[in-house]
Write a protein that binds this ligand. Sequence first.
Ligand code: 5RP
Length: 239
Amino acid sequence: MGISKDGQKILAATTAIDSLIKEGKIFSGMKIGLGTGSTAMPAVKRLAQRIEDGTLKDIKAVATSFQTTLACEELGIPVYTLNDRAINGTLDLAIDGADEIDPDNNLIKGGGAALLREKIIAYNSSNFAIVADSSKDVKSLGTGFALPVEIIAEARVPVIKALEKLGAECVLREGVKKAGPVITDNGNLILDCKWKSPVNPHEMEEKIDGIIGVVECGFFTKIKPEVFIAKSDGTVERR
Ligand code: 5RP
């Protein structure tokens, strides 16, 4: 039967934190970006345990969402913004989850609607690590998990038209236990976009981010993360 998806998320997250500590890539005094979602959360918890047991001291975290800020506050991880003087706009490492990972470690992110801050934090970090269960490991991007695109509400119709010209079918993301669309932590809307055949994620990231009214898209292709993928047999692939 093997390890469940939830078990794999915990395995990937704890393995990543412990290995990165052992290798000196997570270290006392560092500035760390913390991701959003059900795989990033066990990583945040593991980090908190390693602070509590005295392994790590003086960690400065920047959170990618309200969810992660709340978790840091509850777990006692000191949380800053990217603009605070103590952070000064750059991080040593960002650790996060992903919705899909292709063989070149290009990503789709934003299933939790946090892609904008996730990308700002990842693209301003010296190192980037992704933790995931095996269901996220795919051959190509564009046809499976719908690409989240954060947009300015005022530009919804022209942005949808421009995305359709790029071959995408777009659905406005609806809230759960809230009437109407999802509003992101930044006050914007999310379009979930799918193609009939796989796309070149690097080209598509450039094209989508060039559309007026798009704030950011969930393709992450410009920095390559180190990926920790847990398998149902209890192993963790690192690539
Ligand atoms: C949030 C994200 C998440 O990292 C992504 O959706 C994966 O989430 P989970 O680990 O819960 O499957 O990009 O915006």
